[in-house]
Design a protein around this ligand. Structure first.
Ligand code: MG
Ligand code: MG
Length: 269
C-alpha cells in the first residue's frame, strides 16, 4: 500500500531527513584514520537524542537479532548494514555511513560514503559515479514516471562505468514507517514498475560495487559484503515525487561544510 503525503506530513518528513543530514555531518567531523567506528555511533546517537528524536535502526529487525546500533557503518567491501564496534578506520578506506531517525512520528533515512584520508583513484571514481547515479535516479522521480525509470537511470550510469549494481537490496517508500511501498530497485527497465505520483516519498539508495552485483551476508546476519571482495559505495536521499522535478528532503550540504571530500566539488545536492 502506497501512502501519498500531505504538505504538512512532508514538512515533518523534511525535519526528520534534515536531522539525519546534520547527524551525518556531526559524524563527518570525526572521520579520520584511527577512529573507532563505535565512537562514531555514540556521536550519532547522542546528537539524535539531543534533538528530540529516536535512532531508527537501533532495535530494528528480528527479535532474536535486532540491529544493535544507531548507524550502519560499512567499510570497503562491506556494502551496507555493517555494525559499529572497536574496528578502527584506516587511511585509504571508504566508509559508508547510513543513518535513520524517527522524529514526530516520521522517518528520515539517508547515507553517504566517505573517503578516509588519501584513497585510491579507483575508489574515488566509484564514489563519484555512485553519487552521480543517485542524482540521475532522482531526476526520474517525477509524477507520471515509473520506478523502473529510476532504476534504469541508476543502472545505466553505473554499468557504463563497469560497476556492479547490487540487486538484493533496494530503495523504498518512507514515511510513518522506515520502509514503505513501493520498492525502488537500482536496476530495471524504463516504463516498468510502479507508477510515481505527486506526494509519494521515497528513499533512493544506489549500492554499487567495483566488481560483481552479487553479495552475501556475514555470520552476524547483518553485514552485507560483496561476493568478490570488491569495494562498494552507497548514497541515499529522501525525496518527494512532484510534477516536473522531485524535491530532495535530505541534504549533503552540512557534510560539504565539514569535509573537503573531492566528490562534493560539484553542485550536487
Ligand atoms: Mg533506506
Ligand atoms: Mg539507509
Amino acid at each position: 500500500m502506497i501512502f501519498l503525503k500531505s504538505e504538512s506530513e512532508i514538512e515533518k518528513m523534511r525535519e526528520a531527513a534534515q536531522l539525519v543530514s546534520r547527524t551525518l555531518a556531526e559524524v563527518a567531523k570525526e572521520i579520520k584514520p584511527g577512529v573507532e567506528t563505535g565512537k562514531l555511533d555514540r556521536i550519532a546517537e547522542d546528537f539524535i537524542v539531543k534533538n528530540n528524536a529516536k535512532p531508527a535502526f537501533k532495535g530494528y529487525g528480528p527479535k532474536n537479532n535486532p540491529f544493535p546500533a544507531t548507524l550502519c557503518i560499512s567499510i570497503n567491501e562491506e556494502v551496507v548494514h555493517g555494525i559499529p564496534g572497536n574496528r578502527k578506520l584506516e587511511e585509504g578506506d571508504i566508509v559508508s555511513i547510513d543513518c535513520g531517525v524517527e522524529k514526530n512520528g516520521y522517518f528520515g533515512d539517508h547515507a553517504y560514503t566517505f573517503a578516509v584520508g588519501e584513497c585510491k583513484t579507483e575508489d574515488l571514481k566509484l564514489l563519484k559515479v555512485t553519487l552521480e547515479s543517485l542524482y540521475k535516479g532522482i531526476e526520474q522521480a517525477v509524477h507520471g514516471n515509473k520506478t523502473g525509470d529510476i532504476g534504469s537511470a541508476i543502472e545505466t550510469h553505473c554499468s557504463n562505468n563497469g560497476y556492479g549494481v547490487v540487486r538484493d537490496l533496494v530503495g523504498h517508500g518512507i514515511g510513518k514507517d522506515m520502509h514503505e511501498d513501493p520498492s525502488v530497485p537500482n536496476y530495471g527497465k524504463s516504463g516498468k514498475g510502479e507508477r510515481l505520483r505527486t506526494g509519494m516519498t521515497l528513499a533512493i539508495e544506489p549500492m554499487i560495487t567495483r566488481g560483481t552485483w552479487k553479495v552475501k551476508s556475514l555470520s552476524d546476519k547483518w553485514t552485507i559484503v560483496t561476493a568478490d571482495g570488491s569495494n562498494a559505495a552507497h548514497f541515499e536521499h529522501d525525496i518527494v515525487v512532484r510534477e516536473g522535478e522531485a524535491e530532495i528532503l535530505s541534504t549533503f550540504d552540512y557534510i560539504a561544510e565539514i569535509t573537503k571530500n573531492v566528490i562534493l566539488e560539484s553542485s550536487y545536492g
